[in-house]
Write a protein of this length. Structure first.
Length: 443
């Protein structure tokens, strides 16, 4: 399951960022910055006593303001509150309880989320008396801490993990076996590629029983990662295949292999370039929502100069523009040239297609994207995107809550996809967007 999300909220200048930086940057227990995050000052993956979680720092909440920037900061904090599992509500022990603290407390109470009241800047024991007035907020026992001096952080973090969702700290399941389908038209070198991959460290290979002669599964382990590679029959044009022929059923099995794989290797012949049938095979993989790698085989047979590979790569991307997210790898299955690169890319692409993005971070990037380019205005109405969340992986699937699904133009959806790829990577995997209509009062 996804890591618990912990939101640090409160009015401005109460020490939220200082606390965040101490936890995320000073390595209390084990801390790693979330990969691919452009704003790593705000999000960090952390661990406390074997409990993993994602910490999010929010802008100060100003309950009463007409300033556009402050309202935007407040909205970002509200999104964090709506999507998190635990809220750390920061107050300032030096200034004491304020009217703004009371308003923020009322807002948090309505969220029905676990709220831990934190009184920061309690730098020595003599200041403990100032904590008592914060009981008036009605949020239970306050936790006095000093982020600067690292006082009281252990007790606070112990209390925080007590409120994590049940099962969030369970040991992860045994590492997934990455399923690889090798597909393409006949005679492009699919079996040669499979044999070259399996020819190394053959003692670690075991055939899986029950497979057919034209969709052969072989399990193996490489560098501690388990794989299952499926060698499939060449996929010819439909009109070239007799309706009741054995080949027709072999191709059905090849297409079935695509459906059950995690990553598809689309093998093309470097001497022929991208053919019409290659495009159809790639289109099928794309429609099935599978991660993909374009493998250009027989590269040793192509005459080259300094720019041949880059020119060829651009041509492949142009011919398969609907799959421009897929990396292109140039190999020779005959000589073994760059074949190890294929498995490296498979592992990387699988990590991308199975990646989960926290809802808070997702909406942070979405807010930046919509601010940079306003949603379309159609028939006198603006598209409003309230928020988004990731529904599933393989492929990464995102649900957008909008005021009217019909107002989402294809070009704007493509723009959002590009922004997500720019922020998070997602190399090698298609992205799926789902629109859901949601009524919401105008703010």
């Amino acid at each position: 399951m996804a890591k618990p999300l912990v939101a640090v909220v409160g009015r401005p200048n109460v020490g939220k960022s200082t606390f965040f930086n101490k936890i995320a940057k000073k390595r209390i227990s084990i801390v790693e910055d979330t990969p691919g995050v452009t704003r790593d000052r705000i999000y960090a993956d952390c661990e406390w006593l074997n409990h993993k979680f994602t910490l999010i720092d929010t802008g100060g909440i100003e309950p009463r303001t007409d300033d556009i920037m402050l309202r935007q900061m407040r909205r970002q904090a509200e999104i964090a509150i709506e999507t998190c599992d635990v809220i750390l509500f920061f107050t300032d022990g030096r200034t004491g309880m304020t009217a703004d603290d009371e308003e923020v407390a009322n807002m948090l109470r309505k969220s029905h989320k676990p709220v831990i009241l934190v009184v920061n800047k309690v730098d020595n024991v003599s200041m403990n008396d100032v904590v008592y007035e914060f009981y008036n907020l009605g949020l239970g026992d306050p936790f006095p801490i000093s982020s600067v001096n690292l006082m009281g952080l252990g007790d606070l973090l112990d209390e925080m993990v007590r409120h994590f969702p049940e099962g969030s700290d369970e040991i992860e399941e045994e590492e997934h076996t990455i399923q690889i389908a090798v597909v393409g038209r006949p005679n492009v070198g699919k079996s040669s590629l499979v044999n070259k991959i399996l020819g190394q460290e053959r003692s670690m290979v075991s055939d899986i029983a029950g497979t057919t002669r034209d969709a052969i599964d072989t399990a193996f382990t490489r560098d501690g990662q388990r794989y299952n590679i499926i060698d499939t029959a060449g996929i010819r044009r439909k009109r070239a295949i007799e309706e009741e022929s054995i080949e027709r059923y072999s191709i059905v099995r090849a297409l079935t292999a695509v459906r059950r794989c995690d990553v598809a290797l689309i093998v093309i012949n470097a001497e022929d370039g991208v053919t019409e049938q290659d495009t159809k095979v790639a289109g099928y993989v794309h429609e099935e929502g599978k991660a993909a790698i374009i493998v250009v085989n027989k590269w040793d047979a192509v005459e080259k100069d300094t720019n041949t590979m880059e020119t060829y790569r651009k041509k492949v991307v142009e011919d398969l523009k609907f799959m421009d997210y897929a990396p292109v790898v140039f190999i020779s299955a005959l000589t073994g040239q760059r074949v190890p690169k294929v498995l490296e890319t498979v592992k990387s692409v699988y990590e991308q297609t199975s990646r989960r993005i926290t809802t808070g971070l997702l909406n942070d990037v979405l807010a930046d994207a919509t601010a940079a380019l306003q949603p379309p205005f159609t028939a006198g109405r603006h598209l409003k995107i309230y928020y988004a969340t990731q529904q599933s992986v393989c492929p990464p699937t995102f649900v957008f809550f909008v005021n009217d699904e019909k107002l989402m133009h294809f070009a704007y959806q493509r723009y959002l996809e590009n922004q997500f790829r720019k922020a998070f990577g997602f190399e090698g995997t298609p992205l799926k967007f789902i629109l859901r209509q949601k009524t919401q009062k105008e703010e």
